[in-house]
Design a protein around this ligand. Structure first.
Ligand SMILES: [Zn+2]
Length: 251
């Protein structure tokens, strides 16, 4: 199958002296793994080796998800130079690429994740971007989209609503069940992450943002949500993403 699509470069590895294997998130086909022949030659058609974060029009052919496809043509439309110039923006955007790559299976289309990533990268590039908040919203939406996060407005064990829970006693998040546990139910679960009231408030803010409301997430709250969601990702994957430490700090 040959197709031309908007695509974002998620990952590159060297294949030979002159060629790369490049993983793209395409809008219609999802993640594809392509052999890019000759891209590392100085005079290649793509204008040199392909870089992470490059966005553009991709012409490629793939047989099935198990076989390496072929990159036929890539013309970059967005190079994200502003992201590459600033360590904090770069770390956040590379974390987003890594997370998208880990969460999506090859050849499984997710146009809304493509759009989410496209918009998050665009926002991160702006001078006034609230970097931790952009990252928090991206993680939240992606994890919701792939079904790893519930509504987070009630205890997954007894159904008590967040409002009914005693915040002083403690509210917990459990990755295994992808939801909240109240103080009465948390004792039965070994794997859990204690939430402070600010983090709980931030989760409610993200839920409101998801319904299209304009919200703002203060930086400390965004950082604590990022650590929580980073913890959830690590638990789900059984490993920590390479960019976790740089983008989220110590969990
Ligand atoms: Zn409960």
């Amino acid at each position: 199958m040959r197709s031309r699509e908007s695509a974002i470069c998620l990952r590159t590895t060297d294949y030979s002296e002159t060629s790369q294997v490049v993983h793209f998130l395409t809008r219609q086909t999802g993640v594809v793994r392509l052999l890019a022949k000759g891209t590392k030659r100085p005079k290649s058609k793509s204008g040199g080796a392909l870089d992470l974060l490059s966005e553009g029009d991709l012409l490629f052919s793939v047989k099935d998800a198990d076989t390496l496809g072929t990159l036929m043509e890539f013309s970059e439309t967005v190079s994200h130079t502003a992201l590459r110039r600033d360590a904090q923006r770069l770390n956040a955007s590379l974390y987003m690429l890594e997370l998208a790559h880990e969460m999506l299976a090859e050849g499984d289309p997710h146009p809304s994740v493509f759009d989410l990533l496209h918009r998050a990268l665009e926002r991160l590039e702006q001078d006034d971007a609230p970097i931790p908040a952009v990252l928090a919203y991206f993680q939240w939406r992606l994890l919701r989209h792939v079904g790893l996060l519930g509504g987070l407005d009630a205890c997954v064990a007894c159904g008590a609503s967040v409002r009914e829970m005693s915040h002083r006693a403690g509210v917990y998040f459990t990755s295994r069940q992808g939801g909240l546990l109240c103080d009465g139910c948390q004792a039965g679960e070994q794997e859990k992450f204690r939430l402070d009231p600010a983090t709980l408030g931030a989760l409610a803010t993200l839920a409101a943002a998801e319904t299209g409301r304009r919200v703002s997430l203060p930086e400390p709250a965004a950082r604590s949500v990022n650590r929580l969601l980073g913890y959830h990702v690590s638990q789900q994957l059984g490993k920590r993403l390479k960019m976790t430490r740089y983008a989220l700090g110590e969990l």
